[in-house]
Design a binder for this molecule. Structure first.
Ligand SMILES: O=C(O)CCC(=O)C(=O)O
Ligand SMILES: [Fe+2]
Length: 353
């Protein structure tokens, strides 16, 4: 689309898109069907209250089964204050309600063929043969603090920066606690996974804005994919959209105020030698706009990622080759995300056959 210099939200709100343009169409088999999400299965819910005490054993068991069976779960009583979660959501709504001109002050620049990495941008293809997702995004590098580019952070509402800083700190603590539980569930030392990453993570804060859609059944907010990082924490608004693949069926994740969705991402699959799988998920759209905030907890680029030696032995050979996280990301983007999300194809070349 040559007029793709404005975001999708702007095109929709100005009445320029009454049908879904070709770039956004998904194949028949990737469309949301009525029966998807109608199944009564629900994601496991893990109550994190009291995990330093008597409940730990039970919670570790629940985490093990959630990671094995689903690769996804929801957490409640996780320690991040509800007031902060609500403030974050409210300020994000305020940001997306600003005029296009105001939001564009932090518009990300497209570099060559690549979709922009940081700042406010659309997800429309600027190149022949590539597909678009029915969403815009705001992406910021929030941790480590030294990697922040404040010039790309919204300045409206005025408290936004302070709220993101508090949110980054709280969610980082939560992810580390979840990684301790996952280490326990793999029968490793509690600190094993955090030590593996030398206690250093990159946190990426990604807001997905899914504008109202005139034909929700022919497109996708985000096509099916797995996340390339370690763990992802999703804060949803009240509108459903996220679907998780479970035994070949697509299950819709019910939004519940105060809960987070946690998903096991590719690095846990690699490190656990495939015991835990990073699971495909996707997002459908509707006539109502939706906002989600995905916080990605990722290794630093120079981390070698591959099966943890302590999990291997004469009976268990490595199923994946090790590589640098920076190389992993390159193949991830090469395999698909930037063109059209294509599920998990990017992991295939690391498989030891
Ligand atoms: O919008 C959502 O609920 C999920 C977003 C997601 O999968 C992602 O940002 O990778
Ligand atoms: Fe995702």
């Amino acid at each position: 689309m040559s007029n793709a210099r404005v975001t999708l939200q702007e095109l929709v709100e100005n009445g320029h898109l009454n049908t879904v343009p070709d770039d956004f169409l998904v194949s028949e088999e990737d469309r949301v069907k009525l029966e998807d999400g109608s199944c009564s299965l629900e994601l496991p819910v893990i109550d994190m209250a009291g995990i330093e005490g008597e409940r730990r054993g039970l919670v570790v068991q629940q985490i093990r089964s959630a990671c094995k069976e689903w690769g996804f779960f929801q957490v409640k009583d996780h320690g991040v204050p509800l007031s902060l979660m609500k403030k974050m959501q409210q300020e994000l709504r305020q940001f997306f309600d600003l005029s296009y001109e105001e939001k564009s002050k932090i518009r990300a620049k497209t570099v060559g063929d690549s979709l922009p990495d940081e700042g406010y941008s659309d997800r429309m293809s600027h190149k022949e043969g590539r597909s678009s997702n029915w969403s815009d995004k705001l992406r910021l590098y929030t941790l480590p603090v030294s990697g922040r580019r404040y010039e790309l952070w919204p300045t409206h509402p005025p408290s936004f920066r302070e709220t993101v800083e508090a949110y980054a700190e709280e969610t980082d603590k939560l992810m580390r606690r979840i990684l301790e539980l996952i280490s326990d569930s793999l029968e490793l030392e509690t600190s094993h996974l955090n030590d593996y990453f030398s206690g250093k993570y990159q946190q990426v804060y990604q807001v997905n804005y899914y504008p109202s859609c005139p034909q929700p059944d022919v497109t996708m907010g985000l096509r099916k994919h797995s996340d390339n990082n370690v763990l992802t924490l999703v804060l949803q608004d009240g509108n459903p959209g996220l679907q998780v693949r479970k035994d070949g069926q697509w299950i819709t994740v019910k939004p519940v105020e105060g809960w987070f969705v946690v998903n096991v991402a590719d690095q846990i699959e690699l490190l656990s030698n495939g015991r835990y799988r990073s699971v495909e998920h996707r997002v459908f759209v509707s006539s109502k706009p939706r906002i989600s905030l995905a916080t990605f907890h990722a290794p630093t680029n120079d981390t070698v990622v591959g099966p943890i030696p302590e999990l291997l032995g004469p009976k268990e050979r490595p199923r994946y080759k090790a590589c640098l996280f920076s190389e992993f990301k390159e193949s991830f983007y090469y395999a698909g995300w930037a063109k059209a999300l294509t599920g998990k194809g990017h992991l295939d070349h690391l498989l030891v056959v």
